[in-house]
Design a protein around this ligand. Structure first.
Ligand SMILES: [Zn+2]
Length: 603
């Protein structure tokens, strides 16, 4: 598709401010746009590839709905959640906007009816799942004779494209091929997650051209942040229960692990608090039942891991409590920000115990493959690719899993991505992996290993910022705004390094350097301002004395770095000890967790 055609298909019908305003009021019932929305809409109507980083509740959907009504043709919206697209479609249809939904839950008859409506040219907004849009047969139908033009493709929850994030959806990576088949119209990517590496991934994987990255405001004056320092898990759990009982209205309690989620939920039910639970180890049916009950206000409190949240659109959440510290301020802000979407006051409370930092360090340890694993994956790719003339692996992850059965699936995927990023291999249209640069492969792998190490380093720094927030005497909002501002600087540096064409705009400092006046530190300034280091040392000495006072629960007490033996897996090294659980890393680079009594000290 050449540039002339692109301009023709993206020209707004009548890009008049007045017309936008009328649509805003008449169709959507809003008197005016919120900060940021305006800029995103303008960028989209100007035909730019746009990445909008907007916090939960900032009115993301209006950013594509309003342009969709102004553009000729049918806007395609990719959404990862069927329930979410259904809700959006119902609202749009009620507002009189011709909308269709295509996903795997439709019957043959329903799907035919939807496609007929699309063919007739009356549909303005079409919602599809990523899996459907990357289906070649489906895109062929969309580009068939007499089909409406697609002036805009919207990628909702665009962070699902990032293989570093926990919401990774493989179909997202293939979206660019579908977008090209549709004539490469402008793309609007929407996300609430703003880490530089995620932004970089989105821009690169969607091959955005001169991407206009718009970071809308962060500050929300109805959110009251506070941190409570606690010294042991029992005390913390008791405090969580007390808060859940006394705080009014609907609330979420986030835990870092499934085990803590289960334990806290059981304790809340015991204390007669109306509570449900949500985490990745529950069956899908149990998860959606729990979610429905919470959304319908049938239960008051949801105890959840970070699996709960994407697409949660509940306006009246009055508190978000963190029973364990999350791994980054991004994650914390995103989760805490689910409170008070209706604009009414809401509390965001972090119950902080320094020991919880270890849980996050533990997650970090398992995230990336080490240099040795990257090298082995690289060699396996080379050997497998040489088996055929085209030097291409079809179904690369399956082939690699067969070749390297001891490397975990996640690390394999990360290593394969690194090889692509380093130019050792290239992703083919059909999802294959083609060997490109055999000669330099070994040098490239060293670079890849370094890239991995610097990512790991960055993750550690990000965790330190989170811990710093928890232990600080400064205004909590001030710290959040500063964090997102420095995040913008990092992004700029990153974009300079990757030479991507990105226009990056930092979020405004809505407090203009001032403080919020409503967080715990603003309302009750600590009398002595300790430096974070002093606080940390103090907390650590407290932690130590607690440990000394408590009788050892296990006869076998393990320490990090101990050599141990587990019957089924052989010898390994202790990575973390938490209560009666011991996490052990084995020579296959996998970390497995056991109850301490099943772990023996190596002879
Ligand atoms: Zn404050």
């Amino acid at each position: 598709m050449n540039d002339t055609t692109r301009t023709a298909t993206t020209r707004a019908r009548k890009p008049l401010d007045r017309e936008l305003e009328i649509a805003l009021r008449k169709v959507f019932g809003f008197p005016n746009l919120r900060p940021g929305q305006d800029e995103v809409i303008r960028s989209v109507l100007d035909g730019n590839d746009t990445l909008a980083v907007m916090p939960t509740g900032a009115g993301k959907s209006l950013c594509y709905q309003l342009p969709a009504l102004q553009l000729d043709g049918m806007t395609v919206v990719v959404s990862p959640l069927i329930s979410l697209m259904r809700d959006q479609a119902v609202k749009l249809i009620e507002a009189g906007v011709a909308t269709a939904v295509i996903n795997s839950t439709l019957s043959t008859t329903e799907e035919r009816a939807a496609m007929d409506a699309v063919t007739s040219g009356e549909i303005r907004i079409l919602f599809v799942t990523p899996e459907r849009l990357v289906n070649a047969e489906f895109t062929a139908t969309l580009t068939g004779k007499n089909m409406p033009a697609v002036p805009l493709v919207v990628i909702d929850e665009a962070h699902c494209i990032s293989q570093w994030g926990h919401d990774f959806r493989p179909a997202y990576v293939e979206l660019i091929h579908a977008i090209r088949t549709l004539g490469r119209p402008p793309v609007l990517a929407l996300t609430a997650t703003a880490t530089p590496s995620v932004i970089d991934d989105i821009v690169r994987e969607l091959q955005m051209r001169r991407a206009n990255v718009i970071h809308t405001g962060v500050y929300r004056d109805n959110l009251h942040f506070m941190v409570e320092q606690l010294t042991n898990p029992e005390e913390k759990r008791a405090r969580a229960i007390e808060l859940a009982r006394t705080l009014e209205g609907s609330g979420i309690i986030y835990c870092a692990t499934v085990a803590e989620c289960e334990a806290l939920h059981a304790a809340l039910v015991e204390a007669e608090v109306s509570a449900e639970r949500y985490h990745g180890k529950l069956a899908a049916s149990a998860r959606s039942e729990a979610q429905d009950a919470f959304m319908a206000d049938e239960v008051r409190v949801m105890v959840a891991t970070n699996a709960f949240g994407m697409g949660i659109d509940k306006p009246n959440i009055r508190f978000v409590l963190h029973a364990q510290v999350p791994g980054s301020l991004d994650a914390y802000y995103q989760e805490a920000g689910r409170a008070g979407r209706d604009g009414e006051p809401a509390k965001c409370i972090l119950l902080f115990e320094l020991k919880d930092k270890q849980v996050q360090q533990f997650f970090l340890g398992g995230r990336y493959p080490n240099a040795e694993t990257i090298r082995r994956v690289g060699e396996a790719v080379r050997d497998l690719a040489r088996e055929n003339e085209s030097q291409t692996l079809d179904k690369p992850l399956e082939r690699l899993r067969e070749a390297l059965p001891h490397v975990g699936a996640n690390k394999l995927r990360v290593a394969a991505t690194l090889l692509n990023d380093m130019g050792v291999t290239r992703r083919t249209r059909r999802g294959g992996m083609k060997l490109i640069d055999d000669g330099k492969a070994i040098i490239q792998l060293d670079i890849a290993a370094q890239a991995y190490a610097s990512r790991a380093e960055r993750d550690r720094a990000v965790l330190e910022r989170m811990i710093g927030y928890a232990q600080s005497a400064r205004c909590r909002w001030r710290m959040l705004l500063d964090y997102f501002a420095s995040d913008a600087e990092d992004t700029r540096a990153l974009q300079a390094a990757s030479k991507a064409e990105v226009e990056y705009q930092a979020p405004d400092d809505e407090l203009a350097g001032g403080t919020c006046g409503s967080c715990d530190n603003c309302l009750h300034p600590p009398e002595v301002t300790e430096s974070p280091r002093e606080v940390r040392e103090h907390a650590m000495s407290q932690e130590r004395s607690n440990d000394d006072a408590k009788p050892k629960r296990n006869v076998q007490a393990f320490n990090q770095g101990d050599r141990v033996r587990v019957r089924r897996y052989g010898e390994g090294t202790v990575e973390m000890v938490s209560g009666d659980r011991v996490a052990v890393r084995f020579p296959d680079d996998e970390t497995r967790t056991f109850i301490a009594r099943y772990v023996k000290r190596a002879a």
